[in-house]
Design a protein around this ligand. Structure first.
Ligand code: TXA
Ligand code: MG
Length: 332
């Protein structure tokens, strides 16, 4: 069960079965920093979804993330940093990488670049890859937290592996209550889908690994026109964690539905109204911010099946459809 804020003690850390929930005010953030310093796990709000954070420089701390989530060890973690300067301590930071983050950080863009040899990161963070994923989150709570500690934070989404991502503290407790030390409650997250992931290759070429709130095509064109650097953008190549089944609500999902069948919980969009509607006005940003909330409600409903209205595949709609396809894929 979740507990109110009490005196923090090192005893038990992630092994204990009580998860505290505190408000993300100055005291709560300071408490989170102390727990992270001691190697504990804290769910933190970001502008995309809640993350499950631990210090990225300690093997024992990072191991607790994998254990709490039941995450396969081949799936690497995003390292959250204050800014590009801190990122450069962990990566072979190049001019194209700097250019890519310049207008967006802090914000919902993760960049995958070659890792620096002997970077002070726990081995499990990169899961044996030669690249590292870095993101400077824009949420003020994360910025304040990263300013209080002298290490970066490894943080995947704060859900059991393969389950729906969390956009509220309550969603975090649905799957991780008793498995982590603390939830920092900063209210609902804003973007609602995870960061866009961009790989910047050694020759400066760009590749989109996961669609998200930043439309990488538009961003690239704005920043560089159609000229340099070249963008290869093969969308079939995926981040290791982008498995076919993910964000799964635990019941069959039917996509592109006009209306619900008798046993279906309907998630609507635009004129196709539902039990939960992503956006009545057809606003894709609103739909993204409500996506996981609707999926959580559908998962909790008594109805055994879920039907989802079509969502246009443009802008952040691409990220929504990417998540919906995975939510609908059979779990094997
Ligand atoms: O918005 C977000 O990105 C959230 C918040 C908490 O920051 N985090 C998040 O983390 O979505 P996670 O672990 O749920 O998704 C990270 C994805 C995974 O698919 C993982 O495989 C991929 O990033 N990834 C991590 N390191 C990588 C690398 N070196 N190369 C390619 N993909 C990588
Ligand atoms: Mg995730």
């Amino acid at each position: 069960m979740a507990a109110a804020c009490g005196e923090y003690s090192d005893a038990g850390m992630s092994g204990k079965n009580v998860t505290e929930v505190v408000l993300a005010d100055a005291d709560g953030i300071a408490r989170a920093a102390r727990i992270l310093e001691s190697g504990g796990t804290v769910a933190v709000p970001t502008e995309t979804v809640y993350g499950l954070a631990a210090r990225a420089d300690r093997d024992d701390a990072v191991a607790k993330i994998y254990a709490a989530k039941g995450r396969p060890d081949f799936n690497p973690l995003i390292v959250h940093v204050r800014d590009a300067e801190q990122a450069a301590r962990y990566a072979q930071w190049s001019e194209p990488a700097g250019n890519a983050v310049m207008d967006v950080w802090p914000g919902p863009l993760t960049i995958v670049v070659p890792a620096k040899a002997r970077a002070p990161l726990a081995k499990a963070v990169t899961a044996g890859l030669e690249t590292v994923a870095l993101r400077s989150p824009g949420h003020p709570v994360m910025q304040e937290l990263l300013g209080l500690v002298d290490f970066p934070l490894a943080a995947p989404s704060a859900n059991r592996s393969g389950f729906i991502s969390p956009t509220t503290a309550e969603h975090v407790l649905t799957s991780l209550d008793g498995r982590i030390d603390l939830v920092l409650d900063g209210g609902p997250t804003q973007a609602g889908v995870e960061s866009s992931i961009l790989a910047v290759r050694a020759d400066g070429a760009w590749e989109e690994l996961r669609p998200g709130p930043i439309d990488l095509d538009a961003f690239h064109n704005e920043r560089f026109g159609t000229g340099l650097p070249a963008r290869i953008g093969s969308r079939s190549i995926e981040a290791p964690g982008q498995l076919a089944s993910h964000y799964a609500p635990g019941k069959p999902v039917r996509l592109h539905a006009d209306k619900a069948g008798p046993d279906e919980y309907m998630i609507g969009f635009g004129r196709a109204a539902g039990d939960c509607t992503l956006s009545q006005t057809g606003d894709l940003s609103e739909a993204a911010s409500r996506l996981y909330g609707c999926l959580h409600q559908a998962a909790a409903s008594d109805l055994p099946n879920i039907a989802i209205a079509p969502v246009p595949d443009e802008g952040i709609g691409r990220a929504i459809n990417d998540r919906l396809r995975r939510a609908a894929a059979p779990v094997d």
